[in-house]
Design a protein around this ligand. Structure first.
Ligand code: ZN
Length: 328
């Protein structure tokens, strides 16, 4: 049986990113009750572990001091994770290798703790308190510097044998496409991330020097980022709008594959780029219908996340909630 919501019961969510660790005490209804943020020495693994341990201990006692009844700790971290062992195997942005984060959090808080990667955490957050609330089958795609994701089937996160399933960003969209961070070519991440949007914008701006986009980048196409593309598109810049159109088609190619494979009830787009979702959501929806197997893709809503900046900590709290709910 799932734990009852007794008002002050809450979960401690910890979002361990590359430059900061954010924490929040989140109620069992998904409201943030307390939060804090700490810059981290990401290049120094040992120091970072020490910071993490102290933070968990301090936040647990601080929240208790305010009368909050923390039931469990959830940790969402960027990187490859062995959930079974509670170990962060490797992280792209932090000097962490084989760190037993679950054990450290349990020792520091005296509470059951649950560890997963940040994309799975964000997907869990959507189901806990976001647009996918109560939905058992959905695909969550996070669009940021890279592309990640989490997949729910029958109410459970798809984890696979070793817990590394759902690397949605590394399906190949174009084998001759740009090089991806993973070493292969034309992955969804290399074509439909925020970084990829910037790169496409730079490519188009080189052929169209008379553009607001290039002006915003100080005349240097190499300075064009995804953020600048969306900012220029807001002003109606033709090059930026064309960039977003092409980018949206790549994203739609990926979404079509996910719908074909997972048969979700909805698809949710999150991450920093989704905050500019009004610029591309209609194009993505149209392209999905155009590119997919009609009978499979028709009628599947493609929605934007509403959790925004809070997705990380709410997702981490959701991991804790799922962890204790399933243990009962
Ligand atoms: Zn890749």
């Amino acid at each position: 049986m799932a734990p009852q919501d007794n008002g002050r019961e809450c979960l401690l969510g910890i979002d361990a990113g590359g430059t900061k660790i954010a924490t929040a005490a989140v109620s069992t209804r998904g409201e943030i009750l307390e939060q804090s943020e700490l810059q981290t020495p990401a290049h120094d693994g040992d120091k970072m572990v020490k910071t993490f341990r102290e933070l968990v201990a301090n936040e647990t006692s601080r929240c208790r001091g305010k009368g909050l009844d923390i039931k469990a700790v959830g940790i969402a971290a960027a990187g490859y994770i062995s959930r079974k062992d509670g170990v962060l195997i490797e992280s792209p942005n932090i000097a962490w290798r084989m760190v037993p984060l679950k054990m450290i959090a349990e020792e520091a808080s005296g509470l059951p703790s649950f560890l997963d990667n940040d994309a799975n955490g964000a997907a869990a957050g959507e189901r806990f308190a976001g647009i996918a609330k109560g939905v058992d089958d959905f695909v969550y795609i996070t669009l940021g510097t890279g592309v990640g994701g989490g997949v729910y089937t029958d109410g459970n996160l798809l984890r696979g044998n070793r817990g590394v399933a759902g690397e949605l960003g590394h399906i190949i969209i174009d084998p001759n496409g740009p090089l991806c961070g993973c070493g292969r070519r034309g992955c969804l991440e290399a074509l439909a991330s925020g970084t990829a949007m910037g790169r496409k914008g730079a490519e188009l701006a080189k052929d169209n020097p008379d553009t607001i986009l290039l002006e915003m980048a100080g005349g240097d196409p190499d300075m064009i980022t995804g953020k600048l593309v969306t900012a220029a598109a807001e002003q109606g810049d033709e090059t930026a709008l064309r960039t977003i159109k092409t980018w949206s088609t790549y994203l739609a190619e990926g979404i079509v594959d996910f719908i074909h494979i997972f048969d979700p009830k909805i698809v949710v787009l999150g991450g920093g780029v989704s905050e500019s979702g009004h610029l591309f959501i209609d194009q993505v929806r149209d392209s999905v219908i155009e590119l997919g197997i009609r009978v499979l893709v028709e009628g599947i809503p493609i929605l934007l996340s509403k959790l925004r900046n809070e997705a990380g900590v709410i997702g981490a709290a959701a991991l804790a909630w799922e962890g204790i709910s399933k243990d009962h």
